[in-house]
Design a protein around this ligand. Structure first.
Ligand code: GTB
Length: 221
């Protein structure tokens, strides 16, 4: 089975593994599946050839023999359903792991992204100062609840699963925000995820893309 995913040729995250190909790479590494990466410029992402794979002109996409997918969550659900290692065998435990996958993508990531977007695009608006504490409060409300549920557990529900892979990926978006340090069990949870050999291999692979890209003019080396 030949697998190809897509990623940014020049990720704005500068190799910190914040773009969503990172979570797909991590899942592939956890499952021991070899994969190729097709790197795309922003123009190529919006071109018809890529839109045939991804209707919104984004990364990541996933191709294997006879199947093309978009949406990182759907790609990981497909991989975890097809290969042993990222979802429990027992039916109820599998359903709970899926619930954590959805929780990461539907309940935790949106509030983080909303705050990120406000910081990037609304910082010079009249309403920014009033809106930011509200957005921060919404992030903290999710972290409070997640921290409470995780307690002193290693992972969210038994063994490491695709739910943890996605939740750690989502919480990593908070790196540098000084918020995770208020939740020592969540900070340790993210560190446990990042310490996994599969994470390390995936991180190194996406960092190599950034390191190997042509330098931009005037960029410090
Ligand atoms: N729901 C989709 C999924 O999970 O696959 C979302 C896909 C998505 O947002 N893709 C982004 C993209 O292609 C890259 S990951 N953007 C280009 C576009 O829409 O034109 C989002 C992302 C980008 C950059 C950083 N960063 O620099 O830190 C972090 C996250």
């Amino acid at each position: 089975m030949a697998i190809t995913i897509t990623a940014f040729a020049d990720s704005p995250d500068r190799g910190t593994g914040q773009a969503r190909d990172m979570r797909v790479r991590w899942a592939l590494e956890e499952l021991g599946l070899p994969y190729a990466v097709r790197l795309l410029s922003f123009a190529a992402m919006k071109a018809p050839a890529h839109r045939a794979l991804h209707p919104f002109g984004q990364i990541p996409t996933y191709e294997e023999d006879g199947l093309a997918l978009f949406e990182s969550g759907a790609i990981i659900a497909h991989l975890a359903g097809r290969h042993a290692g990222l979802l429990p065998e027992e039916v109820n435990a599998r359903a709970r792991a899926l619930a954590w996958m959805f929780a990461a993508l539907n309940t935790v990531e949106p509030v983080i992204v909303e705050q990120e977007m406000a910081i990037i695009v609304e910082y010079d608006t009249a309403w920014y100062a009033a809106r930011l504490p509200m957005l921060e409060g919404r992030v903290r409300a999710r972290l409070d609840a997640l921290s409470h549920r995780l307690g002193d557990g290693e992972w969210l529900d038994g063994a490491f699963s695709a739910g943890d892979l996605l939740m750690v990926s989502v919480l990593r978006r908070l790196a540098g925000w000084d918020v995770l340090e208020d939740y020592s069990n969540l900070a340790a949870y993210v560190a446990r995820g990042e310490a996994r050999p599969a994470f390390q291999r995936a991180f190194a692979a996406q960092l190599a893309v950034f390191r190997n890209r042509p330098a931009l003019s005037g960029e410090p080396q």
